[in-house]
Design a protein around this ligand. Structure first.
Ligand code: BG6
Length: 502
């Protein structure tokens, strides 16, 4: 068992009720409940803790728990131990309530206060918005009307899933509404990538190894590539994805967060705001993105039919709830510059897409070549030094450097050092949601996005989305199972570079 108390400080009072709006939804079944189960297994759930799952559907508590049990068995990284499950079972209640009806909130309030008395949860609340985004404002308003958001002598935190707005304007409006009711410090905007172990490891790698930090800049690094590639298509989420596309689904949030961690300056300390402030500066330093710049530096794609792992799959336009003339992008490749002293002139290449030939998330740091003299003067071709931060499916670091080829008299070969291992679905690596829920309980918002970070990311994303809406790309333009449109390869090839698939 992991000693999290030692790692994160176990002296805080974590008593609380987790109130899940959307208790019957996909997120609760696939992520939240399995995470709670694993936290319980790891001794991370406080004694005075309860979960109230809110749903509109008419079902008995018993039925609800049976469904949750099945989901935990299906999605948990650890096998279900019935004695642990029974503890979780005792903590959960199902509360039927249509959160669009404001009258019901005061009853919910009484219900929660009643639990406080029995379970000593001390009036502390985590309100988790696991619902469609159009309900965020409604629920927050309901909480406000019933005086549930701010209480004397206890804390209330609001957890909000993406999408956080559809553009800068709607995101600002939403944020404004939230701030009328909750303070910024109590708003936890989830970006589940920040909960992944290797994403947290980016800062550790950079700021605890002299060998990396001293060369982490435009003098030594030729380019940086961030690739989040998926084999999955949109599945049943066509309706959501049509309003989102890869720009809103992956780039505005996950990729911008990764980019800022890779490129940020060392923070003055490890406090939440010091880290977030440095991350923000990276996004603010992204070179102004004009339509002229984008014409040369962005590629949009949409998958057509193809073959994934030997199985034929349909194209995006044939997916459920997707119009047959959809102009939504399922792939984006982009080059960016970060205009500060550390990075000016170093290109950052970003790529993400659905229904690609490989599944993975990786950051590749390509170091600059040495002059082509000495060993590289005549016959040997110089392979660059590469540092690869593997986020998934493998977790760890890969490093490529040149050594003598012992099989020949004067050959030079790249040697590959790989510390990465397959991330076991059942095993000891905590899943993102476990870490994130635990941090919410502890009141640590380091791994969540601050409003100004979200705002800066929207400013960038909006410009690219606007450009996409105006440009007339012919879709579909890549086959499912390929690695995206040809133009995405040309984006690097025209500068003498290539995407690394290590
Ligand atoms: C989500 C997106 O935020 O991230 C999905 O909405 C995407 O479309 C998913 O598939 C990828 O996350 P992960 O953790 O599976 O890499």
């Amino acid at each position: 068992m992991m000693d999290y108390n030692k790692m994160f400080g176990g002296d805080k009072d974590l008593s609380a009720i987790l109130v899940i709006f959307g208790g019957t939804g996909d997120l609760t079944h696939r992520k939240l409940m399995p995470a709670l189960y694993n936290m319980l297994l790891d001794g991370l759930v406080p004694e005075h803790f309860r979960v109230v799952s809110i749903g509109r559907r008419d079902k008995t508590e018993e039925e609800y728990k049976k469904e949750i049990h099945a989901s935990v068995a299906k999605y948990s990284r650890n096998k279900v131990d019935e004695s642990i499950w029974s503890k979780l079972n005792d903590m959960i209640t199902y509360y039927r309530f249509d959160f669009r009806e404001y009258d019901g909130y005061s009853m919910l309030k009484e219900y929660l206060e009643d639990i406080d008395k029995r379970a000593e949860t001390k009036g502390n609340r985590i309100y988790y918005m696991a619902v469609a985004p159009e309900y965020f404002k409604t629920i927050v308003h309901g909480l406000h009307m019933a005086n549930m958001a701010k209480t004397e002598g206890s804390w209330s935190r609001l957890v909000i899933e993406k999408p956080f707005g559809k553009d800068l304007n709607t995101a600002s409006q939403l944020n404004h509404k939230l701030l009328e009711v909750f303070e910024e410090k109590d708003i936890y905007r989830i970006d589940h990538y920040l909960g992944k172990e290797m994403i947290q490891n980016i800062m550790v790698l950079r700021f605890s190894n002299s060998i990396f930090e001293s060369i982490w800049n435009n003098k030594f690094i030729d380019n940086i590539q961030i690739s989040l590639t998926e084999k999955l298509g949109v599945g049943t989420r066509g309706g959501y994805y049509e309003n989102s596309g890869a720009m809103r689904d992956m780039i505005q949030n996950h990729i911008m967060q990764i980019l800022s961690l890779v490129a940020m300056e060392p923070p003055v300390n490890l406090k939440t705001d010091s880290i977030r402030t440095e991350k923000l500066k990276v996004i603010e330093a992204i070179e102004d993105i004009s339509p002229e710049f984008l014409r040369e530096n962005v590629v949009f794609g949409q998958y057509g039919k193809g073959v994934i792992d030997g199985n034929p799959v349909v194209g995006y336009r044939e997916e459920i709830n997707v119009p047959e003339d959809s102009g939504t992008e399922t792939f984006v490749a982009l080059k960016l510059y970060i205009n500060n002293f550390r990075w000016a002139g170093t290109p950052f290449y970003i790529r993400t897409g659905k229904r690609l030939g490989t599944y993975g998330a990786e950051i590749v740091i390509q170091f600059k070549d040495l002059p082509n003299i000495l060993y590289f003067k005549d016959s040997n071709i110089q392979e660059p030094n590469l540092l690869v931060i593997r986020i998934q499916p493998n977790v760890g670091v890969f490093f490529q450097f040149n050594t003598k080829d012992f099989n020949s008299h004067h050959g030079i070969v790249p040697t590959k050092m790989d510390t990465s291992h397959v991330n076991p679905t059942q095993g000891n690596t905590p899943e993102a949601y476990e870490r994130l829920i635990y941090d919410i309980l502890r009141g640590d918002s380091t791994l969540f996005s601050r409003w100004d970070e979200v705002e800066a990311a929207w400013t960038i994303a909006d410009k690219i989305i606007r450009y996409r809406e105006q440009s007339n790309v012919k879709f579909p333009n890549y086959d499912a199972g390929s690695m995206g449109p040809i133009k995405a390869f040309e984006l690097l090839a025209k500068e003498g570079r290539k995407w690394w698939n290590i």
